[in-house]
Design a protein around this ligand. Structure first.
Ligand SMILES: [Zn+2]
Length: 245
């Protein structure tokens, strides 16, 4: 059964591993959808507590908590700039994320709670061409992606999976459109020409990770957005593998 476009619930869920992942992968898209009236919820799977300097010597629980708190504040500020409805932190330990049933259950919970029509996630595949940096394949990204895909199908739409959620009143809910960031085959481009500056402004909130001066980063991101848009005839794009469910 097809639903007329105007009757579709305009709800989107973006699931990523860390604070700032979503801005890099789909910041312009989130801002564009929010402008179109979509209610966008961002789910960050980890607590971000491993995001301190690589050469830090104090890596104890207190230091982790301080970093986590700061990154969450940065993420909330960025979400406000992008026009998101809310940010949810699942608080799994940063650096140790696994595609566990526990993670899958929490993503299912968010899909059912928001009745997400669209879901955006990272890619569970390592793509080596063109030559992407290894940082892209953070194991947390792969785990968040794998758990997200498992949550979309079948668990979110099947009441028999995680019956405890049904008992909580979270009825099965079917994600209709899936967008995978950085997938091996990118078949869909979102024109972010109008929202690219908003993406950059959101990234500027993540000072703890990206520093104060993001001039060079912004230049590179603009260059990549132009490259990604070219095959689709779009000036600046974020690209995805999009599939309907
Ligand atoms: Zn990340």
């Amino acid at each position: 059964m097809t639903t007329p476009a105007e009757e579709r619930p305009r709800t989107a869920l973006v699931v990523v591993a860390h604070p700032d992942d979503a801005e890099f992968g789909c910041g312009g898209t989130m801002a564009a959808w929010a402008r179109e009236g979509w209610e966008v919820t961002l789910v960050v799977c980890t607590d971000g507590g491993s995001g301190g300097p690589d050469d830090a010597t104090d890596v104890g629980p207190e230091a982790r908590r301080r970093i986590s708190d700061r990154r969450k504040d940065e993420q909330r500020a960025a979400a406000a700039i992008l026009g998101l409805k809310e940010v949810v932190f699942l608080d799994f330990r940063d650096g140790e994320l696994e595609p566990s049933l526990a993670l899958r259950r929490e993503i299912v919970r968010q899909i059912r709670r928001t009745r997400a029509y669209r879901l955006v996630c990272q890619s569970p595949d390592r793509v080596w061409t063109p030559s992407y940096a290894i940082g892209r394949f953070h194991p947390d990204h792969l785990a968040a992606a794998q758990a997200s895909l498992a949550a979309v199908y079948p668990a979110a739409q099947n009441g028999w999976d995680f019956p405890e959620l049904l008992a909580e009143g979270l009825a099965p809910s079917r994600v209709k459109e899936l967008f995978v960031i950085g997938a091996p085959h990118l078949n869909y481009a979102v024109d972010v020409s109008e929202t690219f500056e908003i993406k950059l402004a959101a990234l500027r909130c993540h000072v703890s990770q990206l520093g104060e001066d993001q001039t060079e980063l912004a230049r590179r991101l603009r260059e990549w957005a132009a490259e990604r848009g070219e095959p689709f005839g779009v000036p600046l794009a974020e690209t995805f593998h999009r599939v309907e469910n």
